[in-house]
Design a protein around this ligand. Structure first.
Ligand code: GAL
Length: 689
């Protein structure tokens, strides 16, 4: 792989600055506006644009007829103006002539309906015809612009998997069968992995298997569903890699990315796997509404950072203000744009980009905010963007530094996400991402910088690892976490963790079977609660949605077990709810939390854990629950500590952080509502260079 984020080649050709940019769609506008665009881009501080993402029908208006002149012109113009190009491969939205000629590239929904063109992403990830035509465009672009001085990076497709991740077409069936053949080798192995003795589902050949289309009884075989999720993620990753392979052949000197969607609700792409395919990771993030918004934003950025082990990454899209695809779309407050940009930067982003440059005049995004609103440059929004550009230009010294690991890590696992939220479970109210986010938030509010880790990653860098609903555990993962605990690690598991193996089967052991070798208790039954019901523990902690009946095993009942809280209401009154246990002889410990605690109780538990295990929070008491802390570190060892005010009130942050000097992102000595401030501690090495 020729480039990796964090290598000397990062970020793109702009090592010494933070990239600041946007999607630029000049094909939607008269050419005579481009001179004005260049002037305004420079005024706003834009130094990179993503170009041509949805331009296939402009580039190839008829089959085999190519029209590059408009792209040549704008590439040249951008270069003359010192603006780099992240060039789209244009494959996200096939042109009408292609779908008219080959309707068989259109995806099919689970109930057998063929999706129609007229929007975008109307292609089957497994269509050989789509792939042939898409790779032709990629080859044309790569060959033509290989030596173009504006070309800084390739932007493969766009948000791969947005809309078309699940396709149930004939192509999908064929490829799914091949994928299963590769995975299982023989139909007998598949029958056992899929537990097909249940409901007479035994297959006699791979040819009998289909993608899990709509059935009359709603419960499709769960392992089939899980494998289909894995297959769909892999199929899209193969599309990504097919484009990458063309680009690497023709332009080995140009780094390649594609914009991930590490954000709320985007569950189907296993980005931990995808991150291995690209030269640098990019993410799109659109904020959620409501009181979780700021934590969700930090959480998504921390998760993106975890995909590259803390190396810099690129925020490819976020909005300057209102989006247009929720029921109600509110604009951003004054200052919010800057705070959002700085939050992503704090978590390791070295590029901060928007969707999009000019607000479209027509099409379905005409009410989506942009840098240049219909009113043009003399506008609140353009001025807010200029402020972001000018602030980022003064932070160029941050570029290339890595997000530093904190003491606390939370496990995030795409496969557990898929498995936990399958049908036919004790409760359909469990929400994997929100549960992981709620634990992340509890520890953040307890004063820690909180990282995310993948289930296969080493936990050794962290003092404590939290595993919320780590539901599906492979043998290898069980072995890794066991040896981490036995060699002195500290872990917290929530309810519904360690329940199934990679085939979504319950092991031959009491719940939680994958952890039973570590626990001197067992879960006898799950007690999911209906919406609105709540319960209380004997220390006052409240819970909702989930509880478990735990039984301590008398033969193992020894002093190494401590019940930290009992249920105090029927039917579990007096039974253990939160239990702590020593593992091995090297100081390893685990805590098991059998109920879904509410936010306040979970935060108290986080504080209690830091006290019990003597893990000092990074933030002093007066800032906990108000301010988030996150650090970057450069190769000299210089530390960049960001404090992010999560509240709508000013917060006094000094005196704090001895040895650090305040950079002065905020004008007032106090952190203003939602404000972000940077504190710097130069390493001795840096000071002498
Ligand atoms: C993204 C997409 C952009 C634009 C944006 C609007 O999902 O990549 O092209 O549609 O949403 O929020």
């Amino acid at each position: 792989m020729p480039f990796r984020s964090g290598d000397a080649s990062w970020p793109l050709k702009l090592e010494s600055r933070i990239s600041f940019g946007c999607d630029y769609n000049p094909e939607q506008w008269p050419e005579n506006m481009q001179a004005e665009d260049m002037r305004l881009m420079k005024e706003a501080g834009i130094n990179i644009v993503s170009l041509g993402i949805f331009s296939w029908s402009e580039l190839e208006p008829r089959e085999g007829q190519w029209n590059f002149s408009w792209l040549d012109n704008i590439m040249d113009r951008l270069h003359r103006n010192g603006i780099a190009v992240d060039l789209g491969t244009a494959t996200a939205s096939p042109p009408p002539w292609l779908t008219a000629k080959y309707p068989e590239i259109l995806p099919v929904t689970a109930d057998g309906v063929q999706a129609m063109p007229g929007a975008r992403q109307h292609w089957r990830p497994t269509s050989p015809i789509y792939q042939e035509y898409a790779l032709r465009v990629v080859t044309q672009l790569a060959t033509r612009y290989s030596a173009h001085p504006a070309l800084a990076a390739w932007h493969v497709n766009n948000e791969l998997g947005a809309h078309n991740v699940h396709d149930y077409s004939h192509d999908a069936d064929v490829h799914f069968r091949d994928w299963l053949r590769d995975k299982y080798g023989s139909i007998d192995v598949l029958n056992s992995a899929w537990y097909t003795s249940f409901w007479s589902q035994r297959y006699s050949s791979f040819e009998e298997i289909n993608s899990p289309r709509k059935t009359l009884a709603p419960q499709v075989n769960p392992t089939q569903q899980l494998d289909f999720s894995r297959f769909c993620s892999d199929a899209l990753q193969e599309c990504l890699e097919a484009e990458i392979s063309v680009l690497r052949d023709v332009t080995p000197h140009v780094p390649i990315t594609t914009n991930f969607m590490v954000m709320d609700e985007e569950k189907w792409m296993n980005y931990k796997e995808w991150a291995r395919s690209v030269d640098f990771v990019s993410n799109d993030h659109y904020k959620v509404e409501g009181e979780l918004a700021r934590d969700e934003q930090s959480f998504s950025s921390a998760l993106t950072s975890s995909l590259v082990g803390g190396s810099p990454w690129f925020l490819m899209e976020h909005s300057t203000s209102a989006i247009n695809w929720r029921t109600v779309n509110s604009p951003k407050r004054s200052g919010e744009q800057l705070q959002d940009a700085l939050t992503h930067l704090a978590h390791g982003a070295d590029g901060i980009c928007y969707f999009q440059w000019r607000q479209s005049r027509g099409g379905s995004e005409k009410f989506h905010s942009a840098i240049v609103p219909p009113g043009g440059e003399d506008s609140f929004r353009f001025r807010e963007t200029m402020e972001v550009g000018s602030t980022l230009s003064q932070l160029s010294f941050i570029a290339g530094s890595r997000r530093r690991s904190g003491k606390v890590a939370v496990v995030f696992d795409w496969e557990s996400w898929w498995a936990v939220e399958q049908d036919s479970h004790p409760s359909q109210l469990l929400d994997y991402r929100h549960t992981v986010l709620s634990w992340w938030r509890s520890f953040s509010e307890a004063g820690f910088q909180v990282d995310l880790v993948g289930p296969g990653q080493s936990f050794d860098d962290h003092d404590v690892v939290i595993a919320p609903m780590w539901h599906l555990m492979t043998d290898e993962q069980v072995a890794t976490l066991t040896s981490y605990l036995e060699s002195g690690g500290k872990m917290v598991f929530s309810y519904f963790s360690g329940i199934v193996d990679e085939n979504d089967h319950l092991p031959e052991a009491p719940y939680p079977g994958r952890l039973s070798h570590l626990l001197p208790w067992r879960t006898e039954e799950f007690l999911p609660l209906p919406p609105g019901d709540a319960g209380v523990l004997d220390n006052g902690w409240k819970y909702q949605a989930w509880a478990e009946r735990l039984t301590l095993l008398s033969e193992k009942n020894d002093s190494s077990v401590e019940v930290m809280a009992h249920y105090s209401d029927s039917p579990l009154e007096g039974l253990p709810a939160v239990v702590r246990h020593n593992v091995g002889h090297s100081g390893g410990e685990l805590i098991y939390v059998s109920a879904q605690l509410d936010g306040g109780s979970q935060r108290e538990l986080a504080t209690e854990i830091s006290r019990l295990w003597n893990i000092a929070p990074e933030l002093p008491v007066h800032l906990r629950g108000k301010v988030e802390v996150v650090q970057r570190v450069d190769h000299y060892g210089t530390l960049y500590t960001f404090l992010i005010n999560k509240t709508d009130l000013p917060v006094g942050v000094e005196p704090f952080l001895p040895g650090f000097s305040r950079h002065g992102l905020c004008r007032d000595p106090e952190l203003p509502p939602y404000g972000v401030e940077l504190f710097i501690k130069h390493s001795k090495v840096h000071a002498t260079t």
